[in-house]
Design a protein around this ligand. Structure first.
Ligand SMILES: NC(=O)c1ccc[n+]([C@@H]2O[C@H](COP(=O)([O-])OP(=O)(O)OC[C@H]3O[C@@H](n4cnc5c(N)ncnc54)[C@H](O)[C@@H]3O)[C@@H](O)[C@H]2O)c1
Length: 266
């Protein structure tokens, strides 16, 4: 076995990935399955789950706390343990790649509630449910997909999105301190703009160029560029890492973002 194989070994570990049907979650799930982990791929979109190979597909809506509890219990019943959980499922609402978010007095409350249900509450449900079997094991790794938008103001995503992502960053820190007593590690990844289905619709060259320009490396990320972090956090390579927030953003956080001046008459 090479040193790399030994350091990043995930063979036989049991890994749950939420939002695994598309984008970043799919990349994480496929990477770990390809490296010999037993991967339970959860998503509320069953058609997307059917496209995955070598994983256990699990239809699941993370905004349903009881369903998340049942799903985690079922994984532990079937596989005997739960080593790593990626709380990754998320949505975007109320702003788009080329459409700046509305001002604070104008955002839609329906969008606000719908987004927080998934991106904040869904992550809390997943972390909460995962902690129980991991405490019994006295081991585990929990990884939350946050965002650079949780670490600064970002005018191109909604108020709900920046608030939810900031919330999960501190959820990670709080849980990391708490769960360290059971030797459970909790970390966040903070992606910059990646080419996934989160914006909905067809890939759009204008949006891609705009997001690319907001990143120091001058382009959007490809979900395959998350493979290294997936292996890092699911393996012993991160055994001394907890409470951290790893940006994987092509240098997006190095650049500032500005809005056009306010329109006349407002
Ligand atoms: N793409 C980016 O630029 C970017 C940047 C920063 C953070 N993120 C975060 O990455 C995560 C993954 O997003 P993505 O870009 O891969 O998007 P995506 O839309 O390609 O994939 C997200 C998956 O999550 C699933 N999902 C949505 N709501 C769910 C729910 N309630 N229960 C279960 N599954 C649900 C969707 O069906 C979809 O398959 C999200 O948390 C997102 O906020 C993405």
């Amino acid at each position: 076995m090479s040193i790399a194989d030994e350091v990043f070994d995930v063979t036989g570990t049991v890994v749950l990935v939420t939002g695994a049907g598309s984008g970043l979650g799919r990349s994480i799930a496929e990477t770990l399955a390809g490296c010999g982990a037993t991967v339970i791929a959860a998503d509320r979109d069953e058609a997307r789950l059917k496209q995955l190979h070598d994983v256990d597909a699990l239809p699941l809506d993370v905004s349903d706390a009881a369903a998340v509890e049942d799903a985690v219990s079922d994984v532990v019943r079937r596989h005997g343990r739960l080593d790593t959980v990626f709380a990754n499922a998320g949505i975007a609402r109320g702003a788009g790649l080329t459409q700046p978010a509305g001002s604070v007095d104008a955002f839609e409350l329906d969008d606000w509630h719908a987004l927080l249900e998934v991106n904040l509450h869904g992550v809390a449900h997943t972390v909460r449910a995962a902690a129980r079997p991991m405490k019994r094991q006295r081991s585990g790794s929990i990884v939350v997909t946050a965002s650079t938008a949780g670490l600064r103001a970002d005018p191109f995503v909604s108020y709900s999105y920046v608030v939810a992502k900031a919330g999960v960053v501190n959820l990670v820190r709080q849980a990391a301190l708490d769960l360290a007593r059971w030797r459970i590690r909790v970390n966040a990844i903070a992606p910059g703009p990646f080419k996934t289905n989160i914006g909905g619709g067809e890939p759009n060259a204008e949006a891609e160029a705009r997001w690319g320009a907001s990143v120091a490396l001058g382009r959007m990320g490809d979900p395959r560029e998350l493979r290294g972090l997936a292996l890092l956090f699911a393996s012993g390579a991160s055994s001394f890492v907890t409470g951290s927030v790893y940006a994987v953003d092509g240098g997006a956080l190095l650049q500032s973002m500005a809005l056009d001046p306010a329109p006349e008459g407002t």
